[in-house]
Design a protein. Structure first.
Length: 141
């Protein structure tokens, strides 16, 4: 989630400190991550600016990296492998123009408030009863 300017600043700093004009002053830099999941956070900006601030987006420094690719999903359970492959196909635009989510993505109860709090009597609820329940949402403002 690092902005390209941070990589450029570290590159220049290491070149100055080592007096070496190779990328990052000849030092090994090992960034990691999935660029589909960890775009830089640019507050109150468009998708275009967010993507453009990524190191991978047509930047000369990116061309100097030696890239290694992980090919086996070590996090997914065996029963989740098909779903993981389906997500990758969507990310690589191999799934076609229409995307149909699997049924397991749709909860049986559509109301999130009812899902979280249907067993609570709000006339006598205590903060302790609510402390482990939350609704998390994305706010891109």
């Amino acid at each position: 989630m690092t902005h390209v300017h941070a990589f450029l600043a570290v590159d220049r700093l290491l070149q100055d400190l080592t007096k070496c004009k190779e990328p990052f002053g000849g030092k090994v830099i090992l960034p990691g991550g999935d660029f589909r999941q960890v775009l830089p956070v640019i507050l109150r900006r468009s998708r275009t600016l967010t993507v453009a601030s990524s190191l991978k987006k047509k930047h000369a420094l990116w061309l100097k990296f030696h890239k290694l690719y992980l090919t086996k999903n070590m996090c997914a359970l065996e029963s989740e492998r098909d779903f993981g492959a389906w997500l990758l196909d969507i990310g690589e635009k191999k799934s076609g123009s229409t995307i149909q989510l699997p049924l397991q993505c749709y909860p049986s109860i559509q109301d999130p408030i009812h899902q979280l709090y249907s067993d609570i009597d709000f006339s006598s609820v205590t903060p302790q009863e609510l402390k482990d329940r939350a609704v998390l949402t994305v706010n891109n403002e």
